[in-house]
Design a protein around this ligand. Structure first.
Ligand SMILES: Cc1cc2nc3c(=O)[nH]c(=O)nc-3n(C[C@H](O)[C@H](O)[C@H](O)COP(=O)(O)OP(=O)(O)OC[C@H]3O[C@@H](n4cnc5c(N)ncnc54)[C@H](O)[C@@H]3O)c2cc1C
Length: 300
């Protein structure tokens, strides 16, 4: 166990810091302050002070982070990524290798890979999508729980998250919110419902089961995320292995991350993968792959 000089608000985030950094890390000044909730875990732990993780450090080292970039194609042979930001075309050439966290179906299109084996493997490798409905609620608390699960077929959502139970700072005083998850494939009826219909059904179900009263909801927001969950069905590992080996065979491109290498990990596992890949590439170990990666300390 590592020594900790200072821990503010000790909870799962101090664990989080240990898991990412590992026991061999010299720096024992872990500061954990997740007042703004789950999304600031990485910044709050001293991972943010590591040059590999913080945007400021990346800029100091002369590198650039582009956001809101639509990647239009990737040329594997000369290691060039073409992308558009605000309608303007750009390109970047990788010195060593391209590292991708893009879903495999999208990546293979961008690489223009048309091999029959790849197409077959891709056709049977599925990600599940998700719709989030946020209900903004005019009362301080709905329940004492962070997550509540709803397996019932007659309830449209399968999970409810009350973020103010992660941290009260995540909501204005006297108010709270619920994030309702609806996992689905894009061909499922729920994916094709209009946002307004989904919100109305969510509110009606919340009201019916006694979670939130209709009149307590003062606003809502719908967010749809594609490729949220890699689906581990029978035979997926064989298909994944074929696919990733074929993408990485040139040693000019590496797959990484939850959607990028189809590994059902939380943020700590995804970040750990990044450290593993970086360590190996810096050692010149070009044969390294994250296929079948198991986090050292995290149970899937
Ligand atoms: C519903 C849900 C709940 C979760 N809850 C938790 C939790 O409570 N705690 C936790 O630790 N983890 C949680 N996770 C997991 C966590 O979000 C992931 O492990 C982590 O974000 C994966 O990091 P990543 O870098 O692999 O991928 P991402 O964070 O998904 O990053 C991939 C990036 O690539 C971009 N991208 C994709 N395609 C393109 C393209 N064609 N062009 C340009 N950019 C592209 C995306 O926009 C995205 O920014 C949850 C995940 C989901 C889906």
């Amino acid at each position: 166990m590592r020594k900790v000089k200072k821990v503010v608000n000790k909870d799962l985030f101090d664990e989080y810091g240990y898991r990412i950094l590992g026991d061999d890390d010299e720096d024992d000044n872990v500061v954990v302050d997740p007042k703004l909730g789950s999304s600031v875990g990485c910044q709050a732990s001293n991972v943010a002070n590591k040059s590999l993780c913080s945007a400021e450090e990346i800029a100091k080292n002369g590198s650039k982070i582009h956001i809101k970039a639509d990647i239009t194609s990737i040329s594997e042979n000369n290691k060039i990524v073409n992308f558009i930001i605000d309608g303007k075309e750009h390109k970047i050439k990788a010195n060593e290798a391209i590292i991708s966290t893009i879903p495999l179906h999208v990546l293979t299109k961008l690489l223009n890979k048309k091999d029959e084996n790849i197409t077959n493997a891709l056709n049977q490798l599925k990600y599940m999508d998700i719709i989030f409905v946020y209900l903004f609620v005019n009362k301080p608390k709905i329940s004492n729980d962070h997550w509540l699960y709803f397996p019932d077929a007659d309830i449209i959502f399968n999970r409810a998250v009350e973020f103010s139970n992660w941290s009260p700072k995540m909501c204005p005083e006297g108010k709270t919110s619920l994030c309702l998850d609806m996992t689905s494939f894009d061909k499922d009826p729920v994916w094709n419902m209009k946002n307004e219909e989904i919100v109305n059904k969510c509110i009606a179900d919340c009201d019916r089961i006694g979670l939130v009263k209709k009149e307590e909801v003062f606003d809502s927001l719908v967010v749809r995320a594609k490729n949220a969950y890699p689906v581990y069905d029978i035979g997926y590992m064989d298909r994944l292995t074929k696919l990733v080996k074929s993408i990485e065979q040139s040693k000019k491109i590496y797959c990484l991350g939850r959607t990028g290498i189809f590994r059902y990990h939380n943020s700590d596992g995804s970040i750990e993968m990044g450290f593993e890949l970086a360590k190996n590439l810096l050692k010149g170990n070009k044969e390294f792959t994250l296929l079948g990666f198991e986090s050292k300390e995290y149970d899937l």
